[in-house]
Design a protein around this ligand. Sequence first.
Ligand code: GLU
Length: 314
Amino acid sequence: MAATSYTGRFAPSPTGPLHAGSLVAALASWLDAKANDGQWLVRIEDIDTPRCVPGADQVILQQLAACGMQPDEQPVYQSQRSSLYQSALDQLITQSQAYPCGCSRQDIEQAIAVSGQQRERHAELVYPGTCRGGLHGEKARSWRFLSTFYPSNRAVAQQIQVQKAPDSIANNILWTDRLLGQQQQNVSTQVGDFVLKRADGLWAYQLAVVVDDAAQGVTHIVRGADLTENTARQILLQRALGLPQAQYLHTPVVLGSNGDKLSKQNGAQALDLQDPLEALAQAGQHLGITCLASNPADWLQQAVAQWIARLGAL
Ligand code: GLU
């Protein structure tokens, strides 16, 4: 790897070809890497195998290439990196920061209903901690992160300045997004003990993404704002695993016809490989970038200059 202090990445899930929304994230991460003389990596996030579409990884790489965006290293595939995720889980188990859980979704919903908690529609379930103290005779289904863990490691505790703080605020994560500014989430109360390894045996996104970003030396993460609320969990995991904290920038999401994030379900079309310039122009517009160019390479060069002017070389 080149001696650079910036490594960025684009991490698509191969659930289909890139569309206008996913190209925005790809372009923004590419521009930010180039604006900072950094490396730009592509990681294929194919751990959620039931959602992956065979061949979509190749289509995505072809689409990126057609738009003039070539990764600086061979893309890595999460499906080939299970041993890294297992080591991280083992480390958390050794540190008493992960525990097996025997609850089904229905068990969790019932426990929440019994506790009288109100839940907003579509809001994620905050795990009520049923299996924290043991499995209650149930079979282990998944593994969860103990989100109220009080850091026993002095260095970690000092780093996050919670040495004397009560448990309840130990996992109140404050972070600064380079575009959105100050962010805050109390993982314990707003998310709860989240899943690291799923009941179906698949690795959870949160664990895999943190392990891979660190293993690949990713320093700067640029991705769609639909992922913003995952960041606190990821920072918490970085701290628990003793990994460096990345810098984050979340780009505005492209909305579909129904007002939700653009996806295949609400009308996203695969990008037309025949007209990459038009695809770049649309993605650029979403990021406030307008270039006049006759080919993708020239377009990208102008776009880097505009990106630097907008954000500064951070
Ligand atoms: N694979 C995720 C997605 O396609 C992105 C993960 C990330 O950028 O952290 O939504």
